[in-house]
Design a protein around this ligand. Structure first.
Ligand SMILES: Cc1cc2nc3c(=O)[nH]c(=O)nc-3n(C[C@H](O)[C@H](O)[C@H](O)COP(=O)(O)O)c2cc1C
Length: 241
């Protein structure tokens, strides 16, 4: 690794030698180790394991990629707040950068990575706003400080200083006592309706396992060699690492 003097602004660090050995208690992830033949059941099995792994601080942290209508991408973490047959839910500000991008282009990709398990789940689909009732229910379940915080923040807008937020927060704390904060119209949930969900299991020999579920195309030939029939109109297939 090269070292630059503090005054040297021509930084160019070679970190090509950084690599670690994966120690895997999970062995290989072969098709017979699928807990479920549809991706939500499989997600639940891996998510539950991640939740029971003490080194994983926020198992529901999910990187979410959105894009403008011209396909310029952006990515940020959000917290996954629910999942099931309908899709994967998160909550945010509808007027944020991601909110504006989702209004132009509903296509999203999301990734959850559980490093101690060397596992990742990659989700692709379309995001839709959840109902006002759903957003209200979740908003009301949040701590008072989070309700005030999300009301105070015009997420992703440029502000002069931290003070701007503190002033707004104080104002809202005085105006709305605990239990009386209404969900702002610009804040709520999205649900990602997935069309593809890939399960990645890292291996120390770099022959990683990748099993992708996707919605079956109409009239698709399912040969059970390359393309396997899953449950609930999903098919699954192995991808080369
Ligand atoms: C672990 C983690 C979880 C986060 N969860 C959320 C979330 O659930 N909703 C949200 O709006 N922002 C969340 N954020 C903040 C976002 O990453 C981001 O800064 C914010 O949503 C603005 O993104 P945007 O400008 O791309 O819209 C989280 C950040 C971190 C580090």
């Amino acid at each position: 690794m090269s070292s630059a003097k503090p005054q040297d602004t021509n930084y160019n660090y070679d970190i090509g030698g950084m690599r670690i050995k994966y120690k895997n208690k999970n062995e290989t992830f072969t098709e017979d180790r699928l807990i479920s033949k549809e991706p939500i059941g499989q997600f639940k099995a891996w998510f539950d394991e991640a939740c029971n792994t003490p080194q994983i601080f926020e198992p529901n942290a999910m990187f979410l990629a959105t894009a403008t209508k011209d396909g310029i991408p952006s990515v940020r973490p959000v917290l996954l707040k629910g999942y099931g047959r309908d899709g994967f839910k998160f909550y945010t500000n509808y007027e944020s950068r991601k909110g504006h991008e989702l209004a132009q282009n509903p296509n999203v990709a999301a990734y959850l990575y559980w490093e101690p398990l060397r596992r990742g789940v990659r989700i692709e689909g379309k995001a839709e706003k959840t109902s006002a009732e759903d957003s209200d229910r979740y908003f009301q379940s949040r701590p008072y400080s989070s309700q005030i915080g999300s009301s105070a923040s015009k997420q992703s807008s440029v502000i002069a200083s931290r003070e701007t937020l503190i002033v707004k927060e104080r104002e809202l704390l005085a105006q709305f006592p605990e239990g009386q904060v209404k969900r702002p119209d610009h804040w709520g949930g999205y649900i990602i309706i997935p069309h593809s969900i890939e399960f990645w299991q890292g291996q120390s020999d770099r022959l990683h396992d990748r099993i992708r579920f996707r919605r079956a195309k109409s009239n698709e030939k399912i040969d059970n060699v390359l393309i396997h029939k899953g449950d609930n109109e999903w098919v699954y297939e192995r991808l080369s690492p």
